[in-house]
Ligand binder design. Structure first.
Ligand code: PEP
Length: 259
């Protein structure tokens, strides 16, 4: 089954390694994934290692269609920000994507909707494709304010980003309660939220732009549940944490997305 919406937008599977693996693991991981994914046609693939491993990943994936992504950038352009990496520095390495506003960064490193917006704009300005993460907590879901939360996060993240840049923006719906927990949102439920995000994009940017934006699902996606999630009309791919650490499991998800 080739998804109809591929006419309008890309299917993308991005692996978020978080703070796992070592620089010396990148070559063997990359060689395995490149071999397995050589014939993948309908799905863009990205691997997002820790920033210290980006040069090694760029080197390994240089001769493939697999893109490399960072997990974070600084919200400022340059200067006295010890320990940070700017969008320009990350882009200069040859990196294509950057994850912005992952819930772990919001939770542990004080990222706010405002800093997510600054980072998204810095990414766009420097030619990086931001994968902007939005998602509700379990409390918010139980209070029945999932859609309100997602709308606020998405609207603020995109503030000041014009329609002509939206083709180079990816949004990832990641319910916080599903990340790293083994609990996945039901496919239809996840699709409903992704559909709401697209409705918001339509209201803000018009139908043509809205249908060109890839919206990913993230939260315990694995080889067993990927097909169901990816068959949904408004889910255009996955942001995959744990299951991306093993190239074989990651490849199984890529295969599901390539259908
Ligand atoms: C993530 O890190 O974005 C993620 C969805 O993690 P996991 O797949 O492990 O839940």
């Amino acid at each position: 089954m080739i998804k109809m919406n591929r006419k309008y937008r890309k299917t993308i599977i991005a692996g978020n390694w978080k703070m796992n693996l070592l620089p010396s693991d990148v070559r063997s991981y990359g060689d395995k994934l490149k071999r397995m994914a050589a014939k993948i046609k309908w799905c863009d693939i990205a691997v997002c290692p820790p920033s210290v491993m980006l040069p090694a990943a760029i080197k390994v994936f240089n001769d493939s269609r697999i893109g490399v992504g960072a997990q974070n950038i600084c919200d400022q352009a340059k200067g006295a920000y010890t320990g940070e990496n700017s969008a320009a520095q990350i882009r200069d390495l040859g990196v294509k994507y950057v994850i912005i506003g992952h819930s772990e960064r919001r939770q542990y490193y004080g990222e706010t909707d405002i800093s997510v917006n600054l980072k998204a704009k810095a990414a766009v300005k420097n030619g990086l494709i931001p994968i902007i993460c939005v998602g509700e907590s379990l409390d918010q879901r139980e209070m029945g304010i999932t859609i309100e939360q997602i709308r606020i996060q998405t609207k603020i993240a995109l503030f000041g980003i014009p329609a002509d840049k939206m083709r180079k923006i990816v949004i990832a719906y990641e319910p916080i309660w599903a990340i790293g927990t083994g609990k996945t949102a039901a496919a239809e439920e996840a699709n409903e939220v992704c559909e709401e995000i697209r409705k918001l994009l339509r209201a803000q940017y018009g139908a043509r732009t809205a249908r060109s934006v890839s919206i990913l699902y993230g939260g315990s996606m694995n080889e067993a549940n990927a097909s169901d999630l990816l068959a949904q009309p408004d889910i255009d791919g996955g942001l995959v944490g744990g299951a991306s650490l093993d190239p074989e499991k990651f490849h199984a998800i890529i295969l599901a997305a390539n259908q």
